[in-house]
Ligand binder design. Sequence first.
Ligand SMILES: *Cc1c(COP(=O)(O)O)cnc(C)c1O
Length: 439
Amino acid sequence: MNASIRYHSTRSAAPTVPISQAIAAGLAPDGGLYVPERLPRLDPATFDPHGTLADTAATLLAPFFAGDALADDLPAICAEAFTFDAPLRALPAHPGTFLLELFHGPTSAFKDFGARFLAACLRRLPRSDARPLTILVATSGDTGAAVAAAFHRQPNVRVVILYPDGLVSPRQAHQLGCFGDNVTALRVAGRFDDCQRMVKAALNDAELQAQMPLSSANSISLGRLLPQMSYYAHAALGWWREHGTPLDFIVPTGNLGNALACLWAREIGSPIGEVQLACNANATLPEFFAGEDYRPREAVATIANAMDVGAPSNFERLRWTFPDEAALRRLLLAQSVDDDTIRQTIRQHARGQGEVICPHTATAMHRLDRLRGSGDQRPWAVVATAHPAKFESIVEPLIEHPVEVPAALANMLARRSHAEPVAASDTALRARLLAAFEA
Ligand SMILES: *Cc1c(COP(=O)(O)O)cnc(C)c1O
């Protein structure tokens, strides 16, 4: 029953590799994304009703790791990664409305869960190469800090962060540049999609890889995607035990990593009901789900910058999971929310109930406001992907008072910060890496 699951690229069913190899590699050799050859099924009764989030994660992920070199360590990996909670908090003024708060980690955004899990896996994997591993991470704001925090001062690992210069919030920029030691921050004269393309090009550059072993830590890594299922499962299981019904989620979406984790959690049997996607003005997904062709494009800058993605890389995994396009379109609803509406939503919710939300969370909250406006009275969990203090330059002028800064963020803001400029070209990154790290 617990036969081990092998992993292959979204672009071909062969060859297959064990999960630790897929995690170590990041991207599949043919440029595709690793997927499990099948999704397991877990009965809700499998889970310890009194278990912590880390316990839920260990149970949920066990079939994905069965037979792998990391299988025995999985409970320890989960305990190391999930050291903070993902509470499902009821909004007092709105019966049936909940926030799934994913921002209680060290960098105040949900990316901490995946980054810490990936780091805990990589720490344990033997490497044939004695040279340091260089982890490249393209970030639209939050991933870079989460990955840097997870790998900071780890031996034999370097982290190189690429972020779009001027397109992240001042506090995000500060956070990205504040680590030092084994972390290098590069501010790219381009957009997030440029950063992502540059990382992919470097990973696919065999000559470069021969000079320095490279890996990625983007949401394309299974080591980040899989653990993200845990908080959906944990919240939904808790809800289901109490109410006997599935829980519905609205997920702020950019690269489709967090939302896909929610869908996979449902596919493997978590009591999750409807899933809706909220996007910013980058409407690639909303247009697709409205029936148009899938048309990846350049991202436009918005005030929900961590979702500024025009070509969501996990779309390839979504298609693999649901190969029938018509069925896929019936499965999901996606709405695009413009900056003005995001601002209005932040203002209204702060004014009405003193509930301060970040611009990403506001896209999902707006979707719920619309549902409520059309008479929907079901319980919904709005996924809160970041703490509003990370986006104070947007949030504070709207709510007209300061947002309290979580302690971890305050510590980072007190450190010095530095990032190097780099052109938005694959060759510029290559040259930068060779100049800094060539053996
Ligand atoms: C990364 C991020 C998102 C988008 O998540 P995806 O997995 O890329 O869809 C939304 N909100 C915040 C705050 C983020 O950091």
